[in-house]
Ligand binder design. Structure first.
Ligand code: WTA
Length: 653
């Protein structure tokens, strides 16, 4: 985590070079235009960056907060905007993506080829009875078919719910059920760390009881592993595509037609289905893709390392780049397979010029040492981006120097699944960069740091990050749960002066220059390697194991992953006899991975005999965090039994 020490030791500032600024797509005028007429600014972006089947006349309808409508009387087709129009503009031969499988197999797909494939896939979906508004779950590795599937769902006005391939069958099932999906698109398996990761068995398990709303399963042949088959339900993607017509006309849908649902962790055990719609979402992701990354689609090669299972993969590996007609790299596997320089090798091979990744990856490369990237030619890089968690100044500077050759701008982009697109970031060619700070809201976005009463705090005082006006790519709700939507994000600042405002759930402060510093989550949500995990969700996975009586989970700071999952577990008395603490902890770590997914597996599980609780029975996670981070345990006076922490720390030492 960002320590005050490391912040104080980095005072360097990095102004844009005159050469960069001269050809940058962004200029300072963007801020002026947005400030003069915020809604007019967004309307102009929507008209300039997108193609509308029916033009809109209305920009924002905020008459029924917190439910916003953007460009509501306009109609467009999202897939047409990402595909056909580039072909019509004679850019069909431009490469849409260079895909690289982990074992080294490759595919290069042009915009014309991708458009043709998406048309076929749209016909396949229609033939399976999928139409506007139907939900389709996508559970795939990072393969070209994931892109085709998402865009085909969008093309017919249906709604995708992509479930990260690392999630367990339990998690998949919960997401399929919550959205009442009609179809699942999956693969036999994918490649990860040199091994096949099976996917189809998880789908089979998720649908095993026959009570699901899912009618069909399309299976992409990827890893050639043997799988079970349910006749009448399962169909090979490849066969279905071969039999489908290749003509398909994209129809326009209203701007507020739902585009996707993406589940993210909240403070309770149940993930939230964040809902995004079409016109406003595409406007903001297209805008930020172009201006935050200084994208020149004719010449740049852009690579965002996120999996499509996360929002970064949705907005900045699919919709943002493709709406702009960018050429991308897509990679299936892990950064260090089969060798620790795999990513740098890909940058050299495809001459990547814009690179977007997470601080956790940067820190793990720092640990291995600069010798590895220095073996490769990274001179094609000209813009670097960071997302997912605060980037400490040391990692920021290393990124710029070692990966960016000491010359590239680095943009630290703050945003969330809920915000849909980037909200706070420097603009390359415009902003003087300040390592460690996400800097300022992008043009057209208003963000502030507020106190509990909803008024701005003083500079350099910590407060709550809030978005103080509706924005085009804002979430439109939580799927099926309008009350939770209101309660989670809007109730805190409902009556604030000038409100209602959106509560982001992050702590922040503003410095004397007006630059924002993000301080991490203010709720029980952890950030592990840039992935959001809920303490409550992991606790409930732990207590679902028959050995466990009680469990408490905390996020402990970790040098590489930002935070790490640490669990404190009380095992039932009978069990204490049959397993040692280390056996029990191995079994339970595995259990969590099976229940949720490997990303949620605790780094450490402490088997304890008590948990620190207040008199009202609330677990004091602060004290457990002290233990997990190896600190002196803080103030224990509000504990019901003040000796508990002594018992816990004695046992662990
Ligand atoms: C954190 C990922 C600091 C933050 C796009 C936020 C960041 C959560 C940054 C959203 C950043 C993301 N600096 N913190 N540049 N970017 N975060 O929904 O806590 O997976 O609330 O979206 O990640 O995570 P999510």
């Amino acid at each position: 985590m960002t320590s005050i020490d490391s912040l104080l030791h980095e005072n360097r500032r990095f102004p844009p070079s005159p050469e960069f600024a001269a050809s940058a797509v962004a200029g300072p005028d963007l801020y002026e235009r947005a400030e003069a007429d915020r809604l007019g600014f967004w309307a102009a972006q929507a008209r300039e960056l997108l193609t509308w089947e029916t033009p809109f006349s209305q920009t924002l309808d905020w008459s029924n907060p917190p439910f916003a409508k953007w460009f509501a009387d306009g109609r467009l087709n999202v897939a047409y905007n990402c595909l056909d129009r580039h072909v019509e503009a004679r850019n069909g031969n431009r490469v849409a993506f260079h895909w690289e499988g982990e074992p080294g197999d490759t595919r290069t797909v042009t915009y014309a080829e991708l458009t043709a494939e998406v048309k076929r896939a749209a016909n396949v979906l229609t033939s399976l009875g999928i139409g506007q508004g139907d939900r389709v779950a996508i559970y795939l590795p990072m393969i070209p078919e994931a892109v085709v599937a998402m865009l085909a769902v969008a093309r017919i006005g249906a709604v995708h719910s992509v479930v990260f391939g690392g999630f367990s069958s339990e998690s998949l099932r919960a997401r399929i059920d919550d959205a009442s999906a009609k179809l699942v698109i999956t693969a036999d398996g994918g490649w990860r760390k040199g091994k096949v990761v099976q996917l189809k068995p998880a789908v089979d398990a998720a649908l095993a009881d026959g009570k699901s709303t899912v009618e069909s399963v399309l299976v992409v042949r990827r890893a050639q592993n043997a799988i079970d088959w349910t006749d009448g339900r399962d169909q090979w993607w490849n066969d279905a595509m071969a039999g489908a017509a290749d003509e398909h006309e994209a129809q326009g849908f209203e701007a507020e037609n739902p585009l996707f649902i993406l589940y993210t962790s909240g403070t309770t055990g149940k993930p939230k289905g964040i809902l995004h719609t079409s016109g406003g979402y595409l406007t903001q992701v297209a805008f930020t893709q172009k201006f935050v990354f200084d994208l020149h689609p004719e010449t740049d090669v852009y690579w965002c390392t996120a999996d499509v299972g996360w929002v970064t993969g949705h907005s900045y590996a699919i919709y943002g780049p493709m709406a702009n007609g960018a050429t991308q790299v897509l990679y299936e596997g892990t950064p260090d397979t089969p060798h620790p320089g795999r990513w740098w090798e890909l940058i050299q091979k495809y001459k990547v010029s814009i690179f977007y990744t997470a601080p956790t990856a940067i820190r793990s490369f720092m640990k291995v040492g600069r010798e590895i990237p220095q073996r490769f030619d990274l001179s094609s890089l000209r813009v670097l981006g960071s997302v997912g968690e605060p980037i400490n100044p040391e990692a920021w500077v290393w990124y710029r120097e070692v990966i960016g050759g000491g010359t590239t701008p680095v943009v630290d982009t703050w945003w969330q699944t809920e915000t849909g697109g980037i909200m706070v970031s420097a603009l390359p060619g415009v902003t003087t960069a300040k390592p460690g700070s996400a800097q300022v809201p992008i043009p057209g976005i208003t963000v502030d740091v507020l106190g509990d009463d909803g008024t701005p705090v003083e500079n350099n005082q910590g407060g709550l990050l809030a978005v103080t006006a509706p924005w085009p790519s804002m979430l439109r709700g939580i799927w099926g749960d309008p009350d939770r939507f209101r309660e989670t994000y809007w109730s805190k600042f409902w009556d604030a002066p000038g409100g209602p405002f959106y509560l982001a759930g992050d702590g922040a402060h503003k410095d004397e220059d007006g630059d924002l510093w993000l301080l991490g989550r203010i709720d029980d949500v952890m950030n592990v390697s840039g992935h959001r995990l809920s303490t409550a969700e992991i606790e409930s996975a732990l207590v679902s194991h028959p050995w466990v009586a009680e469990a408490a989970v905390v996020g402990a700071s970790d040098e590489t992953t930002g935070q790490a999952v640490v669990a404190f577990v009380i095992v039932k008395a009978r069990q204490a006899d049959v397993a040692t603490a280390s056996e029990a902890s191995d079994v339970l770590r595995k259990h969590v991975a099976e229940q949720i997914g490997a990303i949620a597996r605790p780094r450490t599980i402490y088997i304890v005999s008590e948990l620190p609780k207040t008199r009202s029975g609330k677990i004091m996670r602060r004290l457990l965090r002290d233990v997990a981070e190896g600190r002196e345990v803080g103030d224990t006076t509000t504990l019901a039994d003040t000796s508990v922490m002594q018992i816990i720390t004695d046992k662990l030492r």
